[in-house]
Design a protein around this ligand. Structure first.
Ligand code: MG
Length: 171
């Protein structure tokens, strides 16, 4: 029998895992709104939420999400081998694979999301500062970057669509 995986199952798992780690889609939509609100007066939260949903519908995004959350959970449970365990557990500065995995999400809508991704990482608005809080027992070494990347990709998607709308109007 050949191996085949139901795409809907992957999509559902990605949504479930995200919720189980305390992240609501509205939290991500809020980040997208922060990134784009200065450029479009008519931007709504619904539009941002829809864009986040569209990003999450992509299989490569779901794959990155599942991979990152799994590593966070294993680190939390102390189940990784040394020295990876210590690096992920303590979100070590020189590790960097969390950002690299997240970039595969940013790139889904082109490189214009890179600036937004960097901005979120630097300013840590909303849910990102909560995920970054190191005082609890939960480890979100991968998830903070993944959530920022989803918001950045959703923001790029909005920028691309608004541009296309503008060009259509001008014709
Ligand atoms: Mg991180």
């Amino acid at each position: 029998m050949t191996y085949s995986l139901n795409s809907r199952k992957v999509a559902e798992a990605a949504a479930d895992w995200l919720a189980s780690r305390g992240v609501q889609l509205m939290d991500i939509a809020e980040l997208t709104y922060i990134l784009q609100k200065d450029y479009y007066d008519d931007l709504s939260m619904e539009e941002c939420l829809h864009s986040v949903e569209q990003v999450l519908a992509k299989r490569e995004v779901q794959n990155a999400l599942l991979t990152g959350i799994q590593l966070d959970k294993l680190a939390e449970a102390g189940k990784l081998d040394s020295p990876l365990q210590e690096m992920i557990e303590h979100d070590e500065g020189l590790y960097g694979c969390d950002e690299i995995l997240a970039l595969s999400i940013v790139n889904v809508y082109g490189s214009i999301g890179l600036t937004s991704f960097g901005y979120i990482d630097k300013t840590k608005p909303g849910i990102i500062s909560r995920l970054n809080d190191k005082s609890g027992k939960r480890k979100h070494t991968f998830l903070d970057d993944i959530v920022g990347a989803i918001a950045a990709a959703a923001s790029s998607r909005i920028a691309h669509r608004k541009q296309a709308e503008k060009e259509a109007e001008e014709q």
